[in-house]
Structures are given as structure tokens and as C-alpha cells.
Design a protein around this ligand. Structure first.
Ligand SMILES: [Zn+2]
Length: 450
């Protein structure tokens, strides 16, 4: 029995094609994987395939391989984590007359990480039924903040250059993607009369701040057609200007349904203020996307309904886009269900995959890739755009808890630099409503400047 199905090998070939710009061929025989380049005689063999990379578990070993010790140049750190290795051979990579042999299952690791096989069917979930970072092999073995798939593929690229001298490998360029989940587009505009009275009462009785109380009433009264410019959550213009100054496009993901009244948004996409906001985002050349509501992650029919609702509103507003993407609310995700639901909703990409409790590389890569569904053994018509960091993951008390501090900025920047070192993409989520101090603005502004 082979470890890889033929569909999985074809999908891996497409991953290699995108990364290196060549159509390689992969063949598995007698528990060895051969990578060849049509038109040439030489090949690369992976002779230590790991059954663990075809299983859903995190309880196995990890060793560190020293790249420089074998004459290779590591893109980030010289010691590269090698999950599933109990011990390392004297030489991990051997070159010979017919090509090279790699005694590590780099492509098995790639399959296991990119398909998120590790988290399928798991029961060690958090209070939002999410597979948490702390349960993952990457976190337990200290490599969550490193894009290890990109590091290993970089090493594989160096082997290719030695096996096929003169081969030109595709060059990638560091890039950034910023996106904003619109959980709360306005602090006051969508409050009920009861909610507003509560806010005003709080300002008067608790904070003894009568001007603030009157200001909230004033903003609420003047937010019927458009969100008031002085509403504290109305950072849209500022976010778009920041992106424009840095040659970036901001993506704003809107909630288009209500499956949990306490956790979903107070607005509907059909409201005049939201329509107006969407038009403005579109006119300025930024992107609109979907943020499926709280209880949709395991209900594909709801994701389809909400995606259709977004596209309908956009069509009514004359908003046309080449692609539609987005991210799950609360990063809720069931690997066996959610990605297929996105594909079935005819969405082009999803950018949920990071952990809420720790930042880093949940899929082991910062590059976008085609999703693969292990249950049906098929690639999906969906691109996975791995998220690297979410604002609150680093800053908020209940997660990493670094606060809006210089330490938090450094943590974000370290992750960004790791993406830069592998010529990848730093994908950042910053909510429009997550700016509560001048430090938040400062961290964000510095972070998105190249
Ligand atoms: Zn959200």
C-alpha cells in the first residue's frame, strides 16, 4: 500500500510547480518517493517516508537538523525542525551520480501540514470548539512561529540546483496582505435605543463623563445614512489611506448573517450605512469579502447562504470583483467541513488559518496554496491564504497578552521578517474596531510599511 494517493501526488506536483516554476513528476514505489524532471535523467529520492504524515495526531517526536553542517544555507535559522524524526542520520542529504537522496520526508511533511490532517477529528478543542495552537505539534515543539514548509522547500530548491545544474527556479518576492474583519463597523450607529441608553448611562454614572454621553447620542442620531466620521470604530478611511500610502489593498470582510445573536454583528449588509461603506471601499480600489457568522463553520448551507447574500448586495451596488474571499468569524474552523463549504459557496479564497491563541504558521507556510480535501481525496476550487497574525492574538489579555506595547510590535515584526526571509507573504488581520489607544495606530502603521 502506498502512503500517497495519486490525487495527492498530483496536488503536490502542483504545489512544487507553483513554488519552483517547473513541472516535476512524483512517483511512489516501495515506500520511496521519486521526484523527476521530464527531459532529464537525474532524480531526487525521498527514501524515509513517514506514516505519521498520513495520520491525525500531534504526539510524536521532532529533531533539529543543522543545514550548514551539510553545506546548505538555511533561510531563517540554521537549525530546522524535522517533525517525525526520532534520530538524524549522519548526512540527511546525499548527492550521487544519478541525483540525490534525501533521508527526510519533506513532501510528507508538506502534505500533512497543508492539508491540516493533524486537526481532523480532534476532540481537544477550546471553548469555541477550535483546534487550539497549544494542542498542535508545532506549538509543542516550538516551531509555530516558523514557516517550516517554506524552509524545507528552500532546502529542496538548493538540492534541485545541485542535481539539475543550470535549472532556473522561480523567484518570489516578499509581499504583504492586510485584511479587516468588520465585526463592529460602528460603536453607536447600530445600537438599539435600549443599548444606547445603557451606553449613555454608563458614561454618566460610572465614568462621570457627561460630554462623552452626549457625544454618543449625537453620533447615533447622525449615523442614519452613513457611519459618523467621529465614531470610534470608524477607522475605514484611515485604514484605506494607510494601505494606499504603502501600495497595498485592504480587504474588508462583512458579516452577512446571524447564527448567534450574542456573537454576531448588529448590522445587516443591506443597511444604507453598510451599502455606502461598501461602495466607498470599492471606489477606492479596496476589496470586499465575507465573514461568515459564528455558527456557520460546521453548517455549509449557511456559508453558501451568507456568501450569496453578500454577492447580491454587492451586485445591487454595482460592485464587481474578480475574486471573493474572506475569513471565518472567531477563526472557527473544522478542517473536515469548513474549507469544502467555502469551495461549495464558490468563494475563491479563505484566509482563516492561523490560531486565535498564538500567532504563527498553522499551515507551516506563508504562501497561498490550493486546498486539498483528504476525505474526498480531491483538490478543492479554493485557495488557502494562511493568516500569520491577528491583532488580538498578540495584544489581548486572554491570548498572548503582550498589550499594545513595543514588545507586541516586535513580535509582529519578527513574524513579518520570517515571511520576508522565505520571500513569502505576511498576512495580517487587524479589525477596524481594534484601535483603542495611540499605540494601536502606531504598531499598525509601522507594521504595514515595507
Ligand atoms: Zn469576527
Amino acid at each position: 500500500m502506498n502512503y500517497f494517493t495519486s490525487a495527492a501526488l498530483l496536488w503536490l506536483e502542483s504545489i512544487l510547480q507553483e513554488r519552483f516554476g517547473h513541472s516535476f513528476e512524483l512517483k511512489e514505489q516501495k515506500h520511496m518517493l521519486t521526484l523527476s524532471l521530464p527531459g532529464t535523467e537525474d532524480y531526487i529520492v525521498f527514501d524515509s517516508l513517514q506514516p505519521i504524515f498520513h495520520q491525525s495526531r500531534s504526539d510524536f517526536s521532532c529533531k533539529l537538523w543543522c543545514a550548514s553542517g551539510e553545506g546548505f544555507q538555511a533561510p531563517i535559522e540554521d537549525l530546522i525542525p524535522a517533525p517525525a524524526m526520532d534520530s538524524l542520520p549522519t548526512r540527511l542529504i546525499e548527492l550521487h551520480e544519478q541525483g540525490g537522496t534525501i533521508h527526510y520526508d519533506i513532501l510528507g511533511l508538506t502534505y500533512w501540514m497543508l492539508t491540516r490532517l493533524e486537526e481532523i477529528g480532534r476532540t481537544d478543542l477550546d471553548n469555541h470548539q477550535r483546534f487550539p495552537a497549544i494542542s498542535s505539534h508545532a506549538f509543542r515543539h516550538g516551531y509555530l512561529e516558523r514557516p517550516i514548509i517554506d524552509e524545507w522547500l528552500n532546502i529542496l530548491g538548493q538540492v534541485m540546483l545541485r542535481v539539475w545544474p543550470g535549472i532556473e527556479l522561480k523567484q518570489h518576492k516578499f509581499n504583504m496582505k492586510v485584511s479587516h474583519d468588520v465585526d463592529c463597523p460602528a460603536s453607536y450607529a447600530f445600537q438599539s435605543v435600549k443599548g444606547l441608553i445603557r451606553t449613555m448611562g454608563g458614561n454618566v454614572l460610572v465614568r462621570k463623563d457627561i460630554p462623552a454621553s452626549l457625544r454618543s447620542l449625537w453620533i447615533w442620531l447622525n449615523s442614519k445614512q452613513a457611519i459618523h466620521p467621529r465614531d470610534p470604530a470608524n477607522t475605514f478611511d484611515w485604514l484605506m489611506s494607510q494601505s494606499e500610502d504603502n501600495g497595498l489593498v485592504s480587504a474588508f470582510y462583512f458579516i452577512c448573517g446571524r447564527t448567534d445573536i450574542s456573537k454576531d454583528a448588529k448590522y445587516d449588509p443591506e443597511m444604507p450605512q453598510i451599502r455606502r461603506l461598501m461602495r466607498e471601499i470599492h471606489q477606492r480600489g479596496h476589496e470586499i469579502g465575507l465573514h461568515p457568522s459564528y455558527n456557520t463553520y460546521n453548517r455549509p448551507e449557511e456559508i453558501i447562504k451568507e456568501a450569496d447574500r453578500l454577492r447580491k448586495v454587492c451586485e445591487e451596488e454595482g460592485i464587481q470583483q474578480n475574486e471573493w474571499g474572506g475569513r471565518m468569524h472567531f477563526l472557527r474552523w473544522d478542517q473536515a467541513i469548513t474549507q469544502k463549504a467555502w469551495a461549495d459557496a464558490s468563494m475563491s479564497y479563505d484566509s482563516t488559518l492561523s490560531y486565535a491563541d498564538r500567532p504563527g504558521f498553522r499551515c507551516g507556510t506563508c504562501f497561498e496554496y490550493t486546498a486539498f480535501d483528504v476525505a474526498t481525496d480531491k483538490p478543492l476550487a479554493l485557495r488557502i491564504r494562511p493568516l500569520v497574525a491577528m491583532d488580538c492574538t498578540v495584544i489581548a489579555k486572554h491570548y498572548l497578552g503582550l498589550g499594545a506595547t513595543e514588545t507586541a510590535y516586535e513580535k509582529f515584526n519578527e513574524l513579518k521578517n520570517n515571511c520576508r526571509k522565505v520571500d513569502g507573504v505576511f498576512t495580517l488581520l487587524w479589525h477596524n474596531s481594534f484601535f483603542s489607544s495611540p499605540n494601536d495606530f502606531s504598531i499598525y502603521r509601522r507594521l504595514i510599511s515595507k
